[in-house]
Ligand binder design. Sequence first.
Ligand code: OXD
Ligand code: MN
Length: 583
Amino acid sequence: MSSKLQALNEWVDQVATQTRASRIHWCDGSDAENERLIAEMLDSGDLEKLNPDTHPDCYLHRSDPDDVARVEHLTFVCTERKEDAGPNNNWMAPAEAHALMNGLFAGCMEGRTLYVVPYCMGPIDSPLSRCGVEITDSPYVVANMRLMTRMGSAALTRIERDGTFVKGLHSTGELDPDRRYIMHFPEELSIQSFGSGYGGNALLGKKCHALRIASYQARTEGWLAEHMLIVGIENPEGEVRYIAGAFPSACGKTNLAMLIPPAAYREAGWKVWTVGDDICWLHPGEDGRLWAINPEAGFFGVAPGTSAKTNPNAMAMLDRETIFTNVAVTDDNQPWWEGLDDRVPAKDWRGRDFDPGQGPAAHPNSRFTVSISRCPSYSDQAENPDGVPIDAILFGGRRATLAPLVLEAEDWVHGVLLGAGMASETTAAATGQVGVVRRDPMAMKPFCGYNFGDYWAHWLDVGSRLTRPPKIFQVNWFRRDAEGRFIWPGFADNMRVLEWVLGRCRGELSARETAVGRLPEQGGINLAGLSSAPDMASLLEVDHDDWIEELQAIDKHLSNYGDGVPKALKDVLGSVQSRIRPG
Ligand code: OXD
Ligand code: MN
């Protein structure tokens, strides 16, 4: 097979020659193709079949133990000018990066099949969607791309019509961490990834295309590509309003995106609809509002902590047609992870007999890949080619102290400052130390394909074109008490905060003005039906001394990005600083 697009055929031929691939397979995305690939992976040991009675069509992949997360230190943005990548990215000159990658790819597919994977990010007929082609030698990547994107013939037809596509080249190589690089060439709209099979490094439609390359494209085209969930909240009157929320990896985006409201809310008629859990493309509409699509078609979610209590919707979709990566298994071969239930697993994520002395049974970054269409709360607007209109944007981090449960920005510019100043404790989604507070502006530190200074200027520019901009809020579900326990119950009860947020958007609720932004009035968060009232005073406190330090830290953080930081952002920081007094 080949395509009607000469540029695509030439590129495939050139890669096949360079990598000395033994076979070429153009993926059509069909069920028959998927069944063949699964059968091959069961044969090769890439996949194991899970219990077919409890989990039909579910498989387990055990990765190389050194290949379990994104590798930010090996991820580069290769622009001609270093300052275009900015201090937020590792940078390499394109010529140097190409020379390095050409060396790695030379002959790497000898004896292997080269898969050509056409995919579309976003509804197939949406003008807001963008396409790409990933060439990979990993059947596991193909099977995951089929769940995570609109992959196959329909995408190829669109690519042939559009005439343009992002070129992604991937090989697992020898999975050697010393020969592993994830390179982005935004000026060429291309990606090259070598030496890893892990989702964020290898499913190139996701972080590499839909965030790093797309954020760069979005800047030139006047939109935003963000690390955000999209959720619709239906009130008892049947009106649905949409919220987009940026949270760093493994901070509960998936749970929030498919939240089931607490009983009292359900009885009153509140419902939650899932549009997306990780990535959001935001376009200014002709009506002056911001419209969102989810470019993905599936979830690549963190398994540990997912349970009937924390995310019943996820549990309802994970018992069929799911690929699990690096989870543990029970003695009857069901997938298992920490936080699921109190059964004792038989084998850990490496396939060893489970021994608690050897660490957790499931890898802390073990994952499930499943089609979004299996989600019980999947929104009937998720496939709308125009997207959904956004009323509120949330910026959330994992902060044990300082950040209140919810804080409303005064306006768009102040909201952009809240996003730019975001900080969060690191998680297992990336290699490196866990639990260290780092600045993670808009949850995009690992994903923004260009200089943060230019990115914030672009956010301000997009805002200035909106006559009905969303309201912006900072949220924090992770505040802890002196004993280290979470103060806010979180999960389903986050609905209480969303109700306040939407009440503010509709102009129905008043707020308490503070030096750092607007907070709920006393009693402003609905606690009806909670078995014990959380310490709201702590959750909604604004400690001036702590905030003075925080604002100084934000000032220092912004100054790392030099002259590119928009003056309007520094001005609003200065005005917040001038309002806040010690004590
Ligand atoms: C993810 C991540 O996989 O952010 O979504 O790491
Ligand atoms: Mn993510």
